[in-house]
Design a binder for this molecule. Structure first.
Ligand code: GTP
Ligand code: SPV
Ligand code: MN
Length: 606
């Protein structure tokens, strides 16, 4: 479609201004068609950025290798540019919005020279439903257009809903690599150097400006930028929740279903839990979302969750037929792979895919790679944050109600992270505020999902929202407490804390995880049904020793360790929260949370 076909005059004017600033060689408005998707891919293949995969093994699948410097989100270059720094809070990077816009306007000047500007109208949530939010992303990346086709609902149908004066979130994006006359990318992933990358959010005016990166959360602006950072601000103002959570539906052998939402930090198991195949006979798990949940109160006073996305942007390494068969089947066709390894017969491979590398590979950097199992220090063939982009409808476990605009009523909310010690396999909050306390203290070993952090060390990642909260995190805690006052206690979801990542002294997993996590989900289900057996401990309710059946390979002693309250470990945890975590929030920290901290410390004993 052309610019002149745009009926929304405000949108047309905004695009015209962007054209004048960025100076693309052509402008194109996306219609969302299959033909358009194919054309984007074709441009990438011809330009040497995409490799078509074996059409017999992986029909409609392509591999992209990004620049080695552009493989993950860049938290140090991500900004919440609210009017005041106080409003962005102690956990976000802040630059004065006027200054930031000035800097970025300079970068944007002429930044699309030699490239086509694509205008992508997209809907987060089913098109036309009253919970959906519309965004329009301007980008110069065909990779972004193709990924947005999978991850969101794109095109003409969105413009129809937008009409002549509907509301949308304007999202500017450029890879930040203008082309000189006659120059082409020549097979090289375009992006700007790290100190020129900016992933910026203007919460008051609800705008997103991204520059210099083509990767995932930096560039697919509907996802972390709109559906979390901007939506969290809207949710605060309107009284709902925008969260970094999976949504699953679990059904017991009697056919009764419950809905569970779970917030784990990046690369800590959301996709895997959302698609879990229970090892417990007779139980069933169905997927509604794997990364983002928007939760709003229904007329009955319960919280209803929807998945605003239409696809999965999932971590490839570790995904295999045992750990996550539903993901493996979701990515059999029509999937974009980024930074995985390529086999000689043009299939994909990654670490822990379930079988040895078949012969000589091309690794994620484009170099020849031969597996050397004797060499423990061998560089991985696939980047640890390599990803697949696949349509949600291809997931064999997708729940029938995954696109229901009403959402699904939530029974339980889980928090979790990678904690090799201290935090037990599962414990339950005694009430909503205790649950908010649990969310506020989430900690996790850092993963490869963000570029500029040291993987392996533990950091606090409250509600798994540290990189995604669009305002002061102290106010965000208060917002969660306020949500609990909007309805009666019996209508609120029950809150739990889980930890699949306990390790033995010699560094082995204490808990097998994946499908075996169904045993923990079953206890959570039973707690929601009012039947699960529990004991009250200083940290909350915990399962009785016989409440969770032991999986094969887990000894009685292991199980005891997994379900023990490590009093000394918790005392250290509480001291760390008191000294290092909570003080960051100053007078924005809700007093209720300080009370919870005092109470748990007292229960643990001096
Ligand atoms: P984002 O997409 O970054 O938000 O991540 P995510 O939370 O969806 O993480 P994902 O499910 O993709 O898991 C990331 C990594 O954790 C993968 O390598 C998984 O194999 C591994 N993982 C997931 N669940 C488990 C588990 O129960 N136990 C263990 N040991 N590893 C797990
Ligand atoms: C995450 O890092 O939490 C992701 C991947 O889900 S990205 O879209 O790159 O943020
Ligand atoms: Mn995520």
């Amino acid at each position: 479609m052309t610019l002149n076909e745009l009926k929304h005059q405000g949108l047309k004017k905004w695009v015209e201004e962007a054209v004048a600033l960025m100076k693309p060689k052509a402008v194109y408005v996306c219609d969302g068609s299959q033909e358009e998707y194919d054309r984007m891919i074709d441009i990438c293949v011809k330009g040497g950025l995409a490799t078509p995969l074996n059409s017999a093994k992986r029909p409609g699948c392509y591999l992209f290798r990004s620049d080695p410097s552009d493989v993950a989100r860049v938290e140090n270059r991500t900004y919440i540019a609210s009017k005041t720094q106080e409003e962005a809070g102690p956990t976000n990077n802040w630059i004065n919005p006027v200054e930031l816009k000035k800097t970025m306007t300079e970068l944007y000047t002429g930044c699309m020279q030699g490239r086509t500007m694509y205008v992508i109208p997209f809907s987060m949530g089913p098109v036309g439903s009253n919970i959906a939010k519309i965004g329009v992303e301007i980008t110069d990346s065909e990779y972004v257009v193709a990924n947005m086709h999978i991850m969101t609902r794109v095109g003409k149908k969105v413009l129809d809903v937008l009409g002549t004066n509907g509301e949308y979130v304007p999202c500017l994006h450029s890879v930040g690599k203008p082309l000189a006359e006659g120059e082409s990318d020549n097979g090289k992933w375009p992006c700007a150097p790290l100190d020129k990358k900016y992933i910026s959010h203007f919460p008051e005016t609800r705008e997103i400006w991204s520059y210099g990166s083509g990767y995932g959360g930096n560039a697919l602006l509907g996802k972390k930028c709109l559906a979390l950072r901007i939506a969290s601000v809207i949710a605060r103002d309107e009284g709902w929740l925008a969260e970094h959570m999976l949504i699953l539906k679990i059904t017991n052998p009697q056919g009764v279903s419950k809905v569970v939402c779970a917030a784990f930090p990046s690369a800590c198991g959301k996709t895997n839990l959302a698609m879990l195949v229970p090892t417990l006979p007779g139980w069933k798990v169905e997927t509604i979302g794997d990364d983002i949940a928007w939760m709003k109160f229904g007329p009955d006073g319960r919280l209803y969750a929807i998945n605003p996305e239409a696809g999965f942007f999932g971590v490839a390494p570790g995904t295999n037929m045992d750990s996550n068969p539903n993901a493996m089947r979701s990515i059999e066709k029509n999937t974009i792979f980024t930074n995985v390894a390529l086999t000689e017969d043009k299939d994909v491979w990654w670490e822990q895919i379930g079988y040895d590398a078949p012969g000589k590979l091309i690794d994620w950097k484009g170099n020849e790679w031969i597996q050397d199992k004797a060499n423990k220090a061998q560089e991985p063939a696939a980047h640890p944050n390599s990803r697949f982009t696949a349509p949600a409808r291809q997931c064999p476990a997708i729940a029938p109600e995954w696109e229901d605009p009403k959402g699904v009523p939530v029974d339980a909310i889980l928090f979790g992270g990678r904690r090799p010690s201290t935090i037990p396999l599962v414990h339950q909050a005694t009430d909503w505020v205790h649950g908010v306390f649990m969310g506020s203290i989430v900690g996790s070993e850092i993963t490869a999902a963000a570029l500029d952090l040291k993987a392996g060390t533990i950091r606090r990642d409250p509600f798994a929202m540290l990189p995604f909260c669009g305002y002061n995190m102290g106010d965000y805690f208060q917002h969660w407490i306020n949500i609990g006052k909007k309805t009666s206690a019996d209508k609120l979801p029950k809150i739990f804390f889980v930890n699949w990542f306990r390790k033995t002294k010699d560094g082995k997993w204490l808990w097998p995880g994946y499908g075996e996590n169904s045993r923990v989900l079953a206890w959570i289900f039973d707690r929601c049904a009012g039947t699960g057996k529990a004991v009250e401990t200083p940290i909350g309710y915990m399962p009785t020793v016989d409440a969770i059946e032991r999986p094969a390979g887990v000894s009685e002693a292991d199980m005891k360790e997994l379900l023990a309250v490590d009093i000394e470990g918790w005392k250290k945890e509480i001291a760390d929260i008191r000294e290092n975590h909570y003080p960051k929030f100053g007078n924005r920290l809700p007093k209720e949370l300080m009370n919870e901290l005092d109470a748990i410390e007292k229960r643990l004993g001096k």
